[in-house]
Every structure is written in structure tokens, then in C-alpha cells.
Ligand binder design. Structure first.
Ligand code: SF4
Length: 540
């Protein structure tokens, strides 16, 4: 908005219209953007009232690039401390502000909603000053990260995980992480201590330090291509404190470090037989897979896998439990018991669970979770009612809702979110589910993380027929009008935006592959996709 009035008068008008929490004259912070970050951290609240605003006045900016460093830094800082752009007003004398900010919003904001921009009258000064460095989005928690760390954080190829983490999948194959290509494991039943400097992992590290993309990391690059926050990005932020140690990596990629993040899948024990899954990751699929003539495997890790890992349990800082279904696995409880015994309750527990079963062999998972400092539960739910029961067979929807109520009563402070996998089957329904659970108080609007499915490819929205893509696009765009003001950090919005970007892809619908996969399972389970998802009639 352009207002033909002075900055002071505009400030008066804004203070009548909004509840102004603070007004920052950005130029005061040009040499100390960390101070600005610290002051904003003090203003941060979990929930802002709709009428609250923070104002930044900009009457001059530093241009070492094509945009104002101070303007871009404001965007980076508010993103990283989780204040939605919705609550920010930029009041400036910069006559080019709209085009400049539009570039920053598109390329550098994790929140798709724009700041409120007001251009008022007055002089605007620009200058070049190489000593002023823009705020890095990665140094939020760290006021003292080294230049070495900052350089790596700003490198598109670098990911800290190969230095601090591996994933052992249910098959016993070892991967750099859960997002890396399944066709490219770095080991098989490899002992914890031997994998750290295996040739494959050394090569991945070496490539990253030489700015060479790794094939193993293709999925992260795809996410970033569609402007989805990738596991690479979140991991770099999460483990930024470890990055300085990377400098001790030798020329061949060897590294003498500890695996502080574990992702250890003990077997493929699971009580659901989801349509996008197979017997490779769910034992419940065994019977159907046999009837369909698919190769069927029941995986079990070596008996001593727990003992192997227990030797290193004092190194671990975060454990990611997934499956199969971790909440029905003995090994999961065995690790928790050991952590409790060693009083290592600061270890961060992160879950991906189907949320169907919260007690096991007389143990309530809540009794464990209450003892740990940090627990995050991501529930793999991506439809409700009979749609959930069809797509994730074995689900009883009334039990899921009962479990959520129980968790809210017993562990209200434990982080909970829905990790929804969006395929072309549930893409029209997903926003109804999101809205329903939010309106009924099971989650807040921002506790919903949609992520589009890539494989099996015949179910991917990337391959949806054009007519369905149009419908998905219209429905998600409408949903975003509701979501954006409620999505404080923009994470949920980011997921939907990635879906909108992904459906722009021109890949063709695999009609035969889709219907063969649906029909063969429908037949043996005596189900019918279109009875449950009648909105998919257009796929016929
Ligand atoms: S870049 Fe992505 S796929 Fe590669 S190790 Fe990091 S998180 Fe995993």
C-alpha cells in the first residue's frame, strides 16, 4: 500500500488500527543483526492475537546485492524464530519496495504469506557496505557459529547427517538417512562402529565437501526443487552445533565422530496394511502379498542388534523411532528402559507412528513419554473415517480419535503433529481432514504436515490426470486462505505449497498401473475404491 503521508503520521495511524508490540528502526541494527534477533525472540509468543503487529521502519538499506540486506534479514530472522509474516509491517520510504520484497518472499521466505508493506513519503538512502553481512537463517540458535559452519549451512549440497547419523532400515540395509534413495544403501547389517567410515559414507561426505550432489540424496533435491523444506535443511538447522567438527574430515571422507542421531528400525512388525506399503515394511501385508503372488519377506535384524547399539547409547542425543510400527516393538521399549535406567532422559525422542496402539504388554507409552524432556510424535494419518480405514487397512477410526483425546488429557505438553502422506487418492480429502481435526480441537491448524508421496509412482499426485489436478489445486488454494493466517511458522503452508508446485509437473497418469494396483487389492479385501472415494470417479 502506498500512503502519501510521512512516516510519523503513518505510525500514528497504525497505532490506532493495531496493537503494536514494538517498532524497530532497522538502521539501528545494521551492524548487529543478532541483537535484533535477540530482541525479537523476547517478543515471540506461541500465539499472537490477530490484531497484534510488529513494525519495522526502513528509511535506508545496504545493497551489496540486488535487494536490501536489512529487509532480507528481517525476513530471515522472523522465519527462524517462528513469527508469521502476518504479524509484521514494513513501513518504508523505499519506492521500489514491492518488487524488491516480492523477490525475497518468493526465494527466501519459509512463510508464503507476505509482510504487510506500506510505502510512505520521505527520503530513502541506499549504500554499499561490504562489512555489513546479512543475517543467516541458520545461526538463530547460535550467536557464535564459525564462518566455516556458516559457509556449509549456505551450501546447497551440504548435509550434516552423514557426519552424525545413519539409518538402519527394517531390511537391515543401512542408509545415510530415512530420506535417501532406497536403491542405494551404504551397508547391510553393518555394525554401528563399522559404518561410520565405510567407503560409501566417506564418498558421500567427500562429495558434499566438494559441492557435488550425491545420488543418494535425490529426494532432498526434489523436495527443494518444489520449494519444500527438505530433511537436509531441517537437519542442518537442528545439528548446526556439530558442523564445526566437519572440518576434521580427512581428504578421503573419513571422520572420527559419534553417531548422535539414531534411526534404527528393528523389523517390519506392523498391525496395518496400508495401500502404499508392502510386506517389506509391514508384516500385516504378509497374507495379502502371498495371495497376490508378491515376494514376501519378514525381516528381522540380527539378534544382537540391541547389544551392538547399547555400547554407544551414551553418545546418542536423538532417537527417531519408526517402523513397521515402533509402539508394538519390544526393542523400542528395551531402549527406553535403558535410557531411563541411565537417567538419560534428555535424549530427544522422535516418533513416526500409526497411532493405533498406545499401550503394549501392559506398558503405557504415556508413562515413558512423561519421563523424557523432549518427545515429538508424528502420527501417520492422512484420511479420516472410512477413508482412513480403507487406505490404511486395519485402522479403526474411533480408536484413533480416542487415542488423541487420551493423549491430550495425559500428555498435553508433548509435541504432536499429523504427518500426512498425500497421494492422488486422498489429495481432495486431505484438507477436509485437516479442517475437521482443527475445528474439533484435536490439533491446531499448524500441527498438520502434508508431504506428497513420490513412490509408488502410480499413486503420486505428480502423475494425477489433469482433471484431478485442477480439482486438487482449487481445493488446496481455498484451504490456504483459511490456513495461512493460522499457520504461525508456515510449515503446514509450505507442505501444501510443495503439493501445488508438484502438480504443475507434466508427468502422465499411469492409468493401467493405478487401476491394476487398486483393483487387485480391492478384490482380495472385498473393497471398492470408488465406494469410499466417490470423488475419484474422474480417474475411470
Ligand atoms: S541430503 Fe537428504 S537424503 Fe542426503 S543425507 Fe541429508 S537428509 Fe539424507
Amino acid at each position: 500500500m502506498t500512503i502519501d503521508d510521512t512516516m510519523d503520521n503513518c505510525l500514528d495511524m497504525l497505532s490506532e488500527q493495531y496493537d503494536i508490540l514494538h517498532t524497530f528502526d532497522i538502521i539501528q541494527y545494521k551492524s548487529n543483526l543478532l541483537l535484533l534477533q535477540q530482541e525479537l525472540v523476547k517478543l515471540h509468543k506461541d500465539v499472537f492475537f490477530p490484531n497484534e503487529r510488529i513494525i519495522f521502519t526502513i528509511q535506508e538499506d545496504v545493497y551489496n546485492n540486488s535487494y536490501g540486506i536489512l529487509l532480507k534479514s528481517i525476513q530471515s530472522i522472523v522465519n527462524t524464530i517462528d513469527i508469521s509474516n502476518f504479524f509484521i509491517i514494513i513501513l518504508t520510504t523505499n519506492t521500489n519496495i514491492l518488487s524488491e520484497y516480492s523477490n525475497i518472499l518468493t526465494n527466501h521466505s519459509s512463510d508464503t504469506r507476505s509482510f504487510e508493506i506500506i510505502q510512505c513519503s520521505g527520503i530513502y538512502n541506499t549504500y554499499n557496505d561490504a562489512s555489513i553481512i546479512e543475517f543467516s537463517p541458520h545461526n538463530t540458535i547460535l550467536s557464535n557459529v564459525s564462518d566455516y559452519t556458516l559457509n556449509l549451512l549456505n551450501d546447497d549440497c551440504f548435509c550434516v547427517l552423514p557426519w552424525v547419523h545413519t539409518q538402519t532400515a527394517v531390511s537391515g540395509k543401512v542408509y545415510p538417512c530415512c530420506n535417501s534413495l532406497r536403491s542405494l544403501p551404504i551397508g547391510q547389517h553393518t555394525l554401528h562402529k563399522n559404518i561410520v567410515n565405510s567407503d560409501n559414507l566417506k564418498n558421500i561426505r567427500k562429495n558434499m565437501l566438494q559441492h557435488i550432489e550425491n545420488k543418494e540424496c535425490t529426494n532432498c533435491y526434489i523436495d527443494e526443487k518444489f520449494k519444500k523444506t527438505s530433511l537436509r535443511m531441517t537437519s542442518n538447522k537442528k545439528f548446526a552445533m556439530q558442523i564445526d567438527n566437519v572440518r576434521t574430515t580427512t581428504a578421503d571422507g573419513s571422520f572420527n565422530g559419534k553417531l548422535i542421531k539414531w534411526d534404527l528400525r528393528f523389523n517390519n512388525l506392523c498391525n496395518l496394511k496400508c495401500r502404499t506399503c508392502s510386506s517389506a515394511t509391514s508384516t500385516a501385508w504378509h497374507k495379502d502379498a502371498t495371495r497376490l503372488g508378491y515376494s514376501d519377506e519378514i525381516f528381522k535384524q540380527p539378534d544382537n542388534i540391541i547389544q551392538q547399539h547399547m555400547q554407544y547409547i551414551d553418545d546418542v542425543e536423538q532417537i527417531y523411532f519408526a517402523g513397521g510400527e515402533p509402539l508394538i516393538m519390544d526393542e523400542h521399549y528395551c531402549i527406553l528402559d535403558e535410557l531411563v535406567k541411565r537417567e538419560r532422559v534428555t535424549v530427544e525422542l522422535v516418533y513416526n507412528t500409526n497411532f493405533t496402539q498406545l499401550s503394549y504388554k501392559g506398558k503405557s507409552i504415556f508413562d515413558y513419554w512423561k519421563r523424557f524432556d523432549s518427545v515429538s510424535v508424528g502420527a501417520s494419518l492422512d484420511a479420516m473415517g472410512n477413508k482412513a480405514e480403507y487406505w490404511r487397512s486395519g485402522t479403526k477410526w474411533n480408536i484413533i480419535e480416542k487415542n488423541r483425546r487420551l493423549m491430550m488429557d495425559e500428555c498435553p505438553n508433548i509435541s504432536f503433529s499429523i504427518d500426512a502422506t498425500v497421494s492422488l487418492v486422498n489429495a481432495l480429502h486431505i484438507v477436509d481432514f485437516h479442517r475437521n481435526w482443527t475445528d474439533r480441537g484435536f490439533i491446531t491448524a499448524d500441527q498438520f504436515n502434508p508431504k506428497f508421496l513420490i513412490t509408488p509412482s502410480m499413486f503420486s499426485i505428480i502423475q494425477a490426470p489433469r482433471i484431478l489436478k485442477h480439482k486438487i489445486k482449487a481445493k488446496i488454494q481455498k484451504h490456504l486462505e483459511w490456513l495461512i493466517p493460522l499457520d504461525r511458522v508456515g510449515r503446514s503452508t509450505n507442505g501444501y505449497t510443495a503439493i501445488l508446485n508438484a502438480i504443475e509437473d507434466n508427468s502422465a497418469f499411469d492409468y493401467d498401473g493405478f487401476w491394476q494396483k487398486i483393483n487387485e487389492v480391492d478384490e482380495i479385501r472385498n473393497e471398492n475404491l470408488l465406494d469410499v472415494f466417490p470423488e475419484l470417479e474422474c480417474l475411470k
